[in-house]
Design a protein around this ligand. Structure first.
Ligand code: CMP
Length: 140
């Protein structure tokens, strides 16, 4: 399988509860390398731009206000099949459906406050990585 890169966001419900390190450890234990990382506080406009694909969904307002409410940690994860592997480590979007041992099973509070975001495909990973990081910031 090819070496891929994917974008991860540790969301405000997790940074607020001081879970950044525990979540990063889950990525590393799964063999994903954190090749870029920064803690930022998104403006509402930035959150709306990032989640633009969901702009017509009923949860768009709640989602973007939450993402702009407190700091997040954005990271680029690298490894074999990193996009699928990260989604496996995160678990299902709704923590009620997440498998044992996954980040969302252990840490998520609800469908909205679900602790992490991860890119869902190669095309979105490229766009989402470029949204937050320049090439110079990616150190493999
Ligand atoms: P994420 O992977 O960040 O992508 C979009 C987010 O919207 C998702 O995780 C959830 O946190 C959030 N969300 C809130 N309500 C819903 C819903 N009903 N269906 C899907 N996603 C939702």
């Amino acid at each position: 399988m090819a070496i891929e890169r994917t974008l991860s966001i540790i969301k405000p419900d997790a940074t607020r509860r001081n879970l950044t390190g525990k979540i990063a450890a889950k990525f590393e234990e799964a063999g994903l390398r954190i090749v870029a990382s920064k803690r930022i506080h998104l403006s509402l406009a930035q959150a709306q731009a990032f989640y633009g694909v969901h702009k017509d969904r009923p949860f768009f307002g709640e989602l973007t206000e939450f993402m702009a409410s407190e700091p997040v940690v954005v990271q680029v994860l690298e490894g074999e099949g990193a996009i699928a592997k990260n989604r496996e480590v995160m678990g299902a979007t709704n923590p009620a459906n997440a498998a044992d041992g996954t980040i969302r099973k252990e840490f998520a509070l609800s469908m909205g406050e679900n602790s992490v975001h991860g890119s869902d495909a190669a095309e979105t990973a490229a766009v989402e990585i470029a949204f937050f990081f320049s090439g110079l910031e990616l150190v493999g």
